[in-house]
Design a protein around this ligand. Structure first.
Ligand SMILES: Nc1nc2c(ncn2[C@@H]2O[C@H](COP(=O)(O)OP(=O)(O)OP(=O)(O)O)[C@@H](O)[C@H]2O)c(=O)[nH]1
Ligand SMILES: [Mg+2]
Length: 344
């Protein structure tokens, strides 16, 4: 099965520095030439490069070893050994590098395009450096410094503006597909969505990235359903959109249940700006249920929508735009994109 890869580990090594050279000048008619051993080259670095066309860490599961080239030895005539080539590890935007043992974050690549992680070893000095008046023929040169070897944990957190949370079947994927030209699978059974999907639409000159994640059920924070592992994908969104299905028997308690599950996973998720969306307004019982919901949650602004009739969509897009901070988002290149300004 094609999986959404969101964590893995890789083995990295920067290059060793090249050995300095022990060499003596050889010239015709000069019986004892002086030392002329050149320096070793520097070992290559290990560099993370953020590639906007990557969406997953799948490629790091098939290739786990990344070793930069060693520096070459110095040679006679004070010739410097060639520096080892760097090695680059391509990663998608939203990648985080963690210590494999402690789980501590070593680097969050959110605002980087290129980051040197392990520097290659320095080359050793050739014997030319070690000549002194007393020791005119040093038979010694420095060895190169060894490179570093590290295994790291690599994790991907999608960076979206707005994350969708809701019970299975609430209509999250349908909404993503309606607003963007993403193609997230929609079906009338729970847990249709098994991996997160991103989509983007433009409104008022602002690209807005939406993240659709698998449904959350009561007990998700304890691992029920598809569990909570996908919640980390919405941990960096600015806004959470709660989708409540007006045709679901649990429509009066769903909001509370969702908030509790999020809180159990990470309390700071509840501090995010939120938008309350009531879905499936086209169904017969929905309008009545919407009134019940409005009475229950008087302090919430509720956005009723239907993907079948398009009801409420312009208001919802405007609300998304209004709640977002003004700066334009960075848009990954291959996120489905559609221009969906209001139709007037
Ligand atoms: N009548 C009606 N049905 C809808 C609407 N939006 C979604 N549905 C239906 O509800 C069912 C679930 O929709 P999805 O978009 O797959 O729901 P989801 O929240 O992504 O579900 P999971 O991926 O399982 O968490 C599908 O049969 C949709 O056709 C709507 O506005 N009106
Ligand atoms: Mg879905």
């Amino acid at each position: 099965m094609f999986g959404f890869s969101d964590e893995t580990y890789i083995d990295l090594a920067s290059g060793n520095g090249g050995q300095g050279s022990v060499s003596f000048r050889r010239e015709k008619y000069v019986p004892m030439g002086g030392p002329d051993g050149g320096d070793g080259g520097k070992g290559g670095d290990v560099i993370f490069v953020v590639k906007h066309n990557l969406k997953t860490l799948q490629h790091l599961k098939t290739k786990r070893n990344f070793k930069a080239e060693n520096g070459q030895q110095g040679s006679g005539k004070r010739k410097h050994g060639r520096d080892g080539n760097d090695i680059e590890i391509p990663v998608p935007p939203g990648t985080i590098i963690k210590d494999i043992v402690t789980g501590n974050i070593i680097k969050d690549l959110a605002n980087e395009t290129r980051w040197v992680f392990l520097v290659g070893g320095k080359g050793g000095k050739g014997n030319w450096h070690f000549r002194t008046s007393k020791r005119q023929a040093p038979r010694y040169a420095q060895p190169g410094i060894e490179g570093q070897e590290v295994r790291v944990h690599v994790e991907l957190r999608i960076i979206a503006d707005i994350g969708f949370v809701g019970f299975p079947n609430a209509g999250k994927s349908s909404l993503l597909n309606f607003l963007t030209n993403a193609n997230s699978k929609v079906a009338d059974y729970p847990f249709t969505t098994k991996i997160p999907h991103l989509g983007v639409f433009t409104y008022d000159n602002r690209d807005i990235i939406l993240a659709d994640i698998p449904g959350i059920i009561e007990g998700a924070s304890k691992g029920l359903g598809l569990g909570h592992k996908f919640l980390k994908h919405i941990s960096r969104t600015e806004i959470l959109a709660y989708l409540i299905d007006l045709s679901d028997d649990r429509f009066t308690t769903a909001f509370q249940t969702l908030k509790e599950e999020l809180e159990n996973f990470a309390p700071e998720l509840l501090k995010k700006k939120r938008i309350f969306i009531a879905t499936k307004t086209d169904l017969p019982e929905s309008m009545e249920n919407l009134e019940i919901l409005k009475n229950l949650y008087k302090e919430e602004e509720i956005y009723p929508i239907s993907v079948f009739t398009g009801n409420g969509m312009n208001e919802l897009k405007r609300a998304f735009r209004f709640l977002l901070k003004d700066q334009p988002t960075f848009v990954p290149e291959n996120v489905s994109h559609i221009n969906s300004e209001d139709v007037t």
